[in-house]
Design a protein around this ligand. Structure first.
Ligand code: CP
Length: 307
């Protein structure tokens, strides 16, 4: 297909065909990752700024490797050591980074909409690497890629997304993308960790863990965002683990063919037991490997539409 998008701000703006196009391109780059020599030339001469205003282990390093593998030049902008700490505005920061002739910006920010705002103040292509609780499109795309390695079709695929849905950008991007791809999505969470209104989502909500997991093919377990729990969303971590923690004891309830996913970082012993995290049915580290290939595909496709 003719890929015409300049930015990846969220899967909300992407069609089913565009999502498939990214996943198909990612297959080529995934094969590159298995070679001893991983560098290919498509972004030679291009410069990408990784602007992370929030901490990250997987997404930042995955983008850095993707850029290196595509032969792009990279700069890393860290909010803490920048002039933001002297009061410089986000808009001035972006305009100054762009003035250095940067072609693309990869942005993580705690405020929903920050990448959208940035895209309005730069000619560079902008990739959302996670904006508050809003979207994390490349995480969802790498999740879809990983599902695609284990299942022939997304049509009717039974996916359960477990845990802190309320605060999760991973959940939002997964739900939006999976519905476009034709999957059946069940959400399982305490009512306090569900959005107030989810009627737009065309999902099943099942607060009973065992009922939710029955016959599931994909279980995507979200991190309980401990930093937000002081607001009293759950009575205690122990109770959350008892009612919503997924363990190897649950594997028998799932469809015979199943995978266990987690976007990371994990709270072992809270939303997932250590034994399940390290179980052969868990594809958590495969997700991380696939993330590099998916991000290579995203950067490559967006770069086709740079001025
Ligand atoms: N999954 C994810 O976004 O992890 P990081 O916060 O480490 O980037």
């Amino acid at each position: 297909m003719n890929f015409t998008k300049k930015h990846l701000l969220g899967l909300e703006d992407y069609s089913r065909e565009e999502i498939h196009c990214i996943l198909e391109n990612a297959r080529t780059f995934r094969a590159v990752l298995d070679r001893n020599f991983k560098q290919v030339p498509p972004l030679k001469g291009r410069t990408i700024a990784n602007m992370f205003f929030e901490p990250s282990t997987r997404t930042l390093n995955s983008f850095l490797l993707a850029e290196k593998n595509l032969s792009a030049g990279s700069i890393n902008f860290s909010a803490k050591s920048s002039s933001l700490s002297k009061g410089e505005s986000l808009r001035d920061t972006v305009e100054n980074i762009e003035a250095m002739r940067v072609d693309m910006m990869v942005v993580r920010h705690s405020s929903p909409g920050a990448p959208h705002f940035i895209s309005q103040h730069t000619n560079a292509a902008v990739v959302n690497a996670g904006d508050g609780p809003h979207e994390h499109p490349t995480q969802a795309l790498l999740d879809f890629y990983t599902m695609g390695e284990h299942f022939d079709s997304f049509e009717g695929l039974r996916v359960v997304i477990m845990g802190d849905i309320l605060h999760s950008r991973v959940a939002r991007s997964n739900i939006i993308g999976l519905k476009k791809l034709g999957a059946e999505v069940t959400l399982c969470a305490p009512p306090t960790l569900m959005p107030y209104d989810y009627s737009d989502w065309d999902i099943r909500y099942e607060p009973d863990l065992k009922k939710a997991l029955e016959g599931a093919q994909v279980v995507n377990i979200l991190r309980l965002q401990l930093e937000r729990q002081r607001h009293g969303y759950i009575p205690s971590l122990n109770e959350y683990h008892q009612l919503f923690g997924v363990s190897t004891d649950h594997l028998d309830i799932l469809d015979k063919k199943h995978i266990i996913m987690h976007p990371g970082p994990m709270n072992r012993g809270v939303e997932i037991t250590s034994r399940l995290a390290d179980h052969p049915d868990a594809v958590i580290l495969k997700q991380v490997t696939n993330g590099v290939a998916v991000r290579m595909a995203v950067l490559y496709l967006l770069s086709q539409n740079l001025n």
